[in-house]
Design a protein around this ligand. Structure first.
Ligand SMILES: Cc1cc2nc3c(=O)[nH]c(=O)nc-3n(C[C@H](O)[C@H](O)[C@H](O)COP(=O)(O)OP(=O)(O)OC[C@H]3O[C@@H](n4cnc5c(N)ncnc54)[C@H](O)[C@@H]3O)c2cc1C
Length: 437
């Protein structure tokens, strides 16, 4: 058995963004902490992978988020400042569309897009203007479809919402509980979507840069460097009680005893580890549904007018499984100079037409919407199995029951608790750390 590191009383399992953030908070609170990460590199989904161009020119792709939604001064913004990272602009300044009924429409996230939104008649648009006068229910447990129907009317919820939600949460709005969306809840508490949105201030899309290294992975890289206690290639294999209320965690060839274990691994992995010591929590964790996302990265000849990035959201029942695409702007250092870099995502909670199992089918489907998108000079598929937890109605109660079933000294964090958005994870970890400390 390996000797325990002196004073290493907290062991964080999982070196994704959640585990790294939790470890940083604990370290700052004066705890001796170590992180075990199963794979050869930390970062989990939040990693930027090298993807050189056809002639070997350096280039990158994002395994997970291509940008971070940052506001005025949330935990994520403070963290980026604290780590000394630069935030670079990522907003799409080129065309952004909603694909519906076989046609492209301006993205309804803008005022112009809203006025031209397909499927909304004059009365439906008037209904949108009434949103600030709808009474608020700060502790609502509605699903997202019911919530938006109440605030913006049934036509918006039916015609527009599914594409907006699929592009972010990979699931239909009637399967998502508003209680799992902290920003929406805060807006509801502050007077609704318009009033609450104004009070919270605008959100911008940025990506971090760590010295010359650009991308979301810069954040997790910098976190791991600051921590200096991340052990990679260390998959926790079992968890058992040890003497004196401590916990023993085993990995290949050795075990470690600690006072506290923080499980920041995906829900299925947390469930496996917890099965012998907290079977009810383990079963509840396994019951949280997750969606698989298929992501194709491709490089193409540039398209005139798309120099500053393009985005397409497809009304999900009409995309045969393609949910949308987003490109990088010409000046983005992750892209290869002279080529347009696109990422297309499929699946989530929707079935994918078998014709889209390989790139030629995906490209043919994309050209149905975007005839200007030429053949790819490079493609690479990076699947994201079970990457998106689907946190339905009753999420808060379910989470409460899981936490109540955990024995003393065990903690559970991650996207299946806080939601998949990095801002949600950062906020969730901050709240957890302050209540624990
Ligand atoms: C394609 C895609 C696009 C996304 N886009 C966005 C976006 O635009 N905006 C946004 O905010 N979020 C986005 N997300 C979501 C976000 O990336 C994730 O929710 C977040 O990275 C999850 O972090 P995590 O640390 O909780 O989990 P993970 O990243 O899953 O990390 C868990 C870690 O635990 C490790 N592990 C597993 N088992 C063990 C074990 N037994 N022992 C030790 N370690 C173990 C894993 O190797 C992994 O590194 C996207 C995700 C994907 C996949």
């Amino acid at each position: 058995m390996d000797k325990e590191a002196p004073g290493a009383s907290v062991l964080v399992l999982g070196g994704g963004v959640t585990g790294l953030l939790a470890a940083l908070r604990l370290k700052r609170a004066g705890r001796a902490v170590e992180v075990w990460e199963a794979s050869a590199e930390s970062g989990g989904w939040a990693r930027t992978l090298a993807w050189p161009g056809p002639d070997g020119t350096p280039g990158y792709l994002e395994r997970g988020p291509q940008g971070l939604l940052v506001g005025r001064d949330g935990p994520l913004e403070r963290l980026v400042r604290d780590l000394g990272l630069t935030l670079r602009r990522q907003e799409i300044k080129g065309p952004r569309w909603l694909g519906k009924d076989g046609r492209l429409h301006p993205n309804p996230a803008s005022l112009r897009g809203l006025l031209a939104a397909p499927g909304l008649g004059p009365l439906d648009k008037l209904r949108l203007l009434g949103e600030p006068f709808i009474p608020c229910r700060p502790n609502t447990t509605e699903d997202l479809e019911a919530y938006i129907t109440r605030r913006l009317g049934p036509a918006f919820a039916r015609e527009i919402l599914p594409a907006l939600v699929a592009g972010v949460l990979a699931a239909p709005p009637d399967r998502i509980g508003v209680e799992a969306l902290p920003r929406l809840l805060r807006m509801e508490a502050a007077g609704g979507l318009l009033r609450g949105g104004l009070a919270q201030g605008p959100l911008r899309t940025r990506y971090p840069q760590d010295g010359p290294y650009p991308g979301t992975g810069a954040l997790t890289r910098a976190l791991a460097r600051h921590l200096g206690c991340v052990r990679t290639d260390r998959a926790a294999e079992s968890l058992e009680p040890a003497e004196g209320g401590r916990w023993r965690v085993r990995t290949r060839g050795f075990a470690r005893e600690v006072d506290t274990v923080v499980l920041a691994v995906p829900a299925a992995a947390a469930s496996r580890l917890l099965q012998p010591v907290a079977p009810r929590a383990a079963t509840a964790l396994l019951a949280i549904p997750h969606a698989d996302l298929r992501v194709w990265h491709s490089r193409h000849a540039p398209v005139r007018g798309w120099e500053h990035g393009v985005g397409l959201l497809i009304h999900p029942p009409q995309g045969r499984g393609v949910l949308g695409l987003v490109s990088m702007a010409r000046e983005d250092p992750r892209a290869v100079p002279g080529l347009l870099q696109v990422r297309t995502y499929l699946g989530g909670a929707w079935p994918v037409d078998p014709a889209l199992d390989a790139w030629p089918g995906v490209h043919a489907e994309l050209r149905r919407w975007l005839p200007d998108l030429g053949p790819a000079v490079q493609v690479r598929e990076e699947r994201a199995p079970a990457a998106f937890p689907i946190l339905g109605r009753g999420h808060a109660a379910r989470t409460g029951r899981i936490l109540a079933d955990l024995p003393r000294g065990l903690h559970w964090l991650g996207s299946a608790r806080f939601g998949p958005g990095l801002p949600d994870l950062a906020e969730g970890v901050e709240a957890w750390a302050s209540s624990w400390a």
